[in-house]
Design a protein around this ligand. Structure first.
Ligand SMILES: [Zn+2]
Ligand SMILES: [Zn+2]
Length: 171
């Protein structure tokens, strides 16, 4: 799914469908699993390409408490601007204005849309994903998954609390 400025000479182009996206973060335990459903439009803004649209995906990611894979629903809209690195190289003087800070760059003569979609999924993932609000996580001492069974570990005593207890005993 590579778009080149010359593909847009007759006006903006639209794509819709679903793609199997590349792993956005190898080794991070994120599994995009099913394809990413999307609809997008690419428009040539005089050398800069604007990519806007929506996507929907259900990646799997490890729960931050119990560490088991769980599905996350991602729905996202995006509006991105890209400029060719070749265009930058040929500009005699590059002046960065504030708007440039929001510009991404693509190498060569076209943009590959698949990694862009994968990155958008990545940006939408929760920082602390949970398999459920009620997830009890793992016992910090024996590692038992407390959603599945209990354990006999005593809750660790917070040293600050025990100091408070001693203070109370002295009163
Ligand atoms: Zn969990
Ligand atoms: Zn335990």
């Amino acid at each position: 799914m590579i778009v080149r400025p010359k593909d847009l000479e007759l006006g903006p182009r639209r794509w819709a469908g679903s793609v199997a996206a590349p792993d956005p973060a190898p080794g991070a335990g994120i599994d995009l699993r099913g394809p990413i459903a999307f609809g997008l439009e690419v428009e040539d803004l005089g050398g800069r390409l604007k990519v806007s649209g929506w996507l929907h995906a259900i990646p799997r990611i490890d729960c931050s408490r119990c560490l088991l894979p769980t599905s996350v629903i991602v729905r996202r809209e995006y509006d991105l601007t890209f400029e060719s690195t070749e265009a930058i190289a040929t500009e005699e003087e590059v002046e960065l204005d504030e708007a440039d800070l929001d510009i991404d760059y693509y190498p060569g003569d076209g943009i590959d849309l698949r990694p862009i979609l994968a990155e958008q999924v990545l940006l939408d993932l929760p920082v602390k994903p949970l398999c459920g609000e009620a997830c009890k996580g793992l016992c910090a001492q024996c590692g038992t998954n407390l959603n599945e069974e209990g354990c006999d570990c005593e809750a660790p005593v917070d040293p600050r609390l025990s100091a408070l207890g001693e203070l109370r005993d002295q009163l």
